[in-house]
Write a protein of this length. Structure first.
Lengths: 352, 178
């Protein structure tokens, strides 16, 4: 058995990033993700890496942009209000096709909001946030183990597709501890002929830029980028299915909500209700095919979220509105109880 | 298949998180599944803290405890807040030096233990948390009461290793209390 260590979710992200070869961290403190920066501050100087607490979130994301342009594995982390500040940089990074890892350990919003766990940045993460046509790969860990494994996966995918991978976590998974193992991590490396590494007159110089004043040239970059996005939608969706074999009701939940939902599914099964869970692990690309397949089998869907109902729109799109989708949720830093989810499963069973 | 949900609650500084951490490491060393979740919100900043530890033979579902099987109450506000959430048949461990109140529920098992006084008398005034945890470990069988020293050694830095013996004694005081 692989050796296990007990870690907080935030620490697991930081350790996994270092193991993935990240040697550049730029950040600015904010609850509930500060342990990531603290871990980096302690570890990076010892391994020849860079930890820099910038003067602001905007400065830190632009430092990420700069380091990413040199082909280095680089990351930043923040929580909801801080991510809003970083979105300008995220758009520039997308327009320049450089890889980066960005962590959002979400807290309740909008505005300064609160510091308790939330999933209310789903729209921001999966539908843009910054300006222009762009996507980010959005990974939603549901355990401390996945905080680590999806961080490594995120770096791999970012390099593979030259774009931002975002870890969309929440305060609960950031703060909780669970035993984890790093031994199965597969670290991929990619050639980066586009990187600004100094050309020594041996090759043509590279340019990293997001400014295209000729609209036809700009259009071309958009079309090319969307071909890449289409390949990702085809190849990279990840999800978990739980008790779906004979399910007539399908609960859809990600991150911490899926943990609560799992308890409710077990309780509902004990009452004889045929219910299962689909847990999207990638929020973009959304596991559309899995949901579409479930729509042929299940009569009702329930979207469980820590927000006012955001992923529910993607559930409806993926199932092409073939089946009713209800919402079970809390917001503002509150978390639905397993009993609340169970009650919504009972209602779905009765066709309500 | 067995899952035990343990909620430890008290003032910040009483060692709520540390007691939970010990329990988490103990469970991990026994190859059990577990989660450890601290409160990090305004309640912590206002003085009270709590810590949820779930120990299970199966992968842990929700780490958030809504109906604890075991409640360790280290102050009155914590007892007041959580007493009604304890699962029927559950156990409540109360520091009776700091809490005068009695539990009125009859469907739970309650242990009153003067942990703060016992800790003072034993010469380690800050270890009432471990005395209460020792009693909790006796009251439920989520983890076994062995290899205490080894468990501390897995997470206590070498420079603080001198404190391990006292912590083991405190656990034992609580475990043996009747």
């Amino acid at each position: 058995m692989a050796e296990k260590v007990l870690m907080k979710g935030n620490e697991a992200i930081a350790e996994a990033a270092i193991r993935a070869g990240c040697r550049h961290y730029f950040g600015y403190p904010i609850t509930p993700q500060t342990e990531i920066a603290a871990y980096m501050a302690k570890k990076m100087p010892k391994i020849g890496g860079v930890f820099l607490q910038a003067e602001s979130e905007i400065a830190s994301i632009n430092m990420v942009y700069g380091a990413a342009a040199t082909g280095m594995r680089v990351m930043t982390s923040s929580s909801s209000p801080g991510i809003s500040l970083k979105t300008e940089g995220l758009s520039y990074i997308a327009g320049s096709d450089v890889p980066a890892l960005v962590v959002n350990v979400q807290r309740g919003g909008p505005g300064l909001g609160g510091i308790q766990p939330s999933q209310s940045d789903y729209f921001q993460a999966t539908k843009g946030g910054g300006h222009g046509d762009y996507r980010m790969i959005v990974l939603a860990p549901a355990s401390v183990q996945e905080m680590a494994s999806l961080t490594i996966k995120g770096f791999n995918l970012a390099d593979k597709y030259r774009m931002t991978s975002m870890i969309l976590a929440d305060g609960t998974i950031g703060q909780m501890m669970e035993p984890i193992s790093f031994e199965d991590a597969e670290i991929e490396t990619y050639e980066k002929p586009w990187a600004l590494t100094g050309h020594g007159n041996a090759r043509k110089h590279n340019i990293v830029n997001s400014l295209y004043l000729q609209p036809d040239a700009l259009e071309r970059t958009n079309f090319e980028r969307y071909e890449k996005y289409a390949a990702i939608e085809e190849n990279e969706p990840m999800w978990e299915e739980y008790m779906m074999e004979d399910a007539e009701i399908c609960v859809v939940a990600f991150g911490i909500a899926s943990r609560v939902a799992k308890n409710a599914v077990v309780a509902a099964r004990a009452e004889g209700i045929k219910v299962g869970l689909i847990r999207p692990i990638t929020l973009w690309p959304f596991p559309t095919k899995a949901l579409r397949k479930a729509a042929d089998q299940c009569k009702r869907f329930i979207s469980v979220e820590l927000n006012m109902g955001q992923m529910i729109e993607d559930v409806r799109l993926a199932t092409e509105c073939k089946r009713p989708v209800s919402l079970c949720h809390r917001a503002g830093g509150m978390i639905p109880s397993p009993e609340q989810v169970l009650e919504s499963i009972r209602k779905a069973q009765k066709g309500e | 298949m067995k899952t035990t949900q343990i909620l430890i609650a008290g003032f910040g500084g009483q060692g709520v998180l540390f007691a939970g951490k010990f329990l988490a490491y103990k469970a991990m060393n026994e190859n059990k599944n577990l989660s450890w979740l601290p409160s990090y919100g305004p309640e912590m900043r206002g003085g009270t803290a709590n810590c949820s530890v779930v120990i299970s033979d199966m992968p842990v579902g929700s780490p958030i405890i809504t109906t604890p099987d075991v409640l360790i109450a280290m102050n009155l506000p914590s007892l007041t807040k959580f007493v009604d959430t304890v699962a029927p048949g559950g156990k409540i461990i109360i520091d009776s030096t700091l809490i005068d109140a009695k539990v009125e529920r009859t469907d739970v098992e309650v242990f009153y233990i003067p942990a703060t006084q016992m800790a003072k008398d034993a010469g380690f005034a800050t270890l009432s948390n471990m005395i209460l945890l020792g009693k909790a470990m006796a009251a439920c069988d989520a983890v076994s009461f062995d290899n205490l020293k080894e468990t501390f050694e897995t997470f206590i830095p070498a420079k603080k290793a001198g404190l391990i013996d006292m912590n083991c004694q405190a656990l034992k005081l609580g475990y043996d209390f009747t």
